[in-house]
Design a protein around this ligand. Structure first.
Ligand code: HEC
Ligand code: HEC
Length: 253
């Protein structure tokens, strides 16, 4: 059970009505990415940031069927701040699957520790700044975390620390190239066009390659981030999660 990603757990706990809609864990996972990218900015990662709207409660004021939800996501709610969205087909299915899964998820069991201690671990023992940036500190090897608390639920943050491979957002995937003479470079992809690849390597150097000079190139399935399971105690993980939750972009110094 332990190694299952949260969306797989969600799928196990789905009530029968959800299962009848025929959503797969993959739909839920795709929907999570879309929700984080497009909806969390207003609704918050827990779906409760718009006053009077609780997306995770499983009951909606303006919709009951999936068809009605789909209309809301496509057309917005006229006269309110809920904007129309240019989503189609699978994206709509995935967003609805995720909205339905938010209420089907098992109760939040993530323990939040002490944010000040978490900050000390983040900057010290955890060496998170070697790869991540928060405000003006750190590195660009991994995604910037300055406002990660706006976009992710505590459970997602905990999972990122304990099981980095469990779910990697498309924009966070690492890219790897191998040149004809066997040199291997892994890093963040900036641009991939018909002929060239531009990326940043693990030492934050910009690198550009001509595709025809490469033996191999593609996204890497595994995260370059180490799992902290066993490296940080569960209290320390709880402290770091508590710190990440406070990162909401507003506290830039
Ligand atoms: C610009 C801010 C904003 C964004 C972005 C946004 N929403 Fe909303 N949404 C709102 C507001 C405000 C309401 C409440 C409208 C009202 O009833 O006054 C709302 C209402 C809703 C409702 C109806 C809730 C209910 O109880 O009936 C759903 C469902 C919903 N949003 C889903 C989404 C999804 C899915 C996305 C992303 C694809 C999204 N929203 C993006 C602001 C936003
Ligand atoms: C060796 C580099 C490295 C180190 C050290 C590292 N990370 Fe990461 N981290 C990454 C990379 C690369 C990603 C993007 C791929 C992924 O999601 O796993 C990532 C992803 C994440 C995410 C998910 C971001 C998102 O947008 O959802 C969080 C949260 C995170 N790291 C927190 C931490 C914390 C906390 C520490 C220290 C305890 C840490 N990382 C240490 C490289 C690293």
């Amino acid at each position: 059970m332990r190694s299952l990603p949260v969306w797989a757990l969600v799928a196990l706990f789905l009530p029968p009505s959800f299962a009848q809609h025929g959503y797969t864990p993959g739909d839920v996972q795709d929907g999570e990415g879309l929700f984080i990218g497009n909806c969390a900015i207003c609704h918050g990662p827990e779906g409760d940031a718009v006053p009077g709207v609780e997306l995770a409660r499983g009951k909606f004021k303006h919709a009951s069927s999936d068809e009605e939800l789909s209309q809301i996501i496509k057309n917005g709610i006229p006269g309110t701040a809920m904007p129309p969205g240019n989503f189609r087909g699978h994206e709509l299915t995935a967003l609805i699957a995720y909205l339905r899964s938010m209420s089907a998820a098992p109760p939040e069991t993530v323990v939040l520790g002490n944010a000040a201690r978490g900050k000390a671990i983040f900057e010290g023992k955890g060496q998170c700044l070697n790869c991540h940036r928060v405000s003006a500190n750190g590195s660009y090897v991994g995604p910037e975390l300055s406002d990660i608390g706006v976009a992710r639920r505590a459970a997602q943050l905990e999972r990122s620390i304990l099981e980095p491979d469990a779910e990697i957002l498309p924009e966070n995937r690492s890219f790897r190239v191998v040149t004809q003479n066997g040199m291997e470079v892994t890093g963040r992809l900036f641009n991939l066009d018909t002929f060239t690849v531009q990326m940043m390597d693990s030492r934050e150097q910009l690198r550009s390659f001509v595709k025809k000079d490469l033996k191999e190139f593609g996204f890497v399935k595994k995260s370059p981030m180490p799992s902290y399971r066993g490296k940080l105690s569960s209290e320390e993980v709880a402290d770091v999660v508590a710190y990440l939750v406070t990162l909401r972009g507003g506290n830039r110094q």
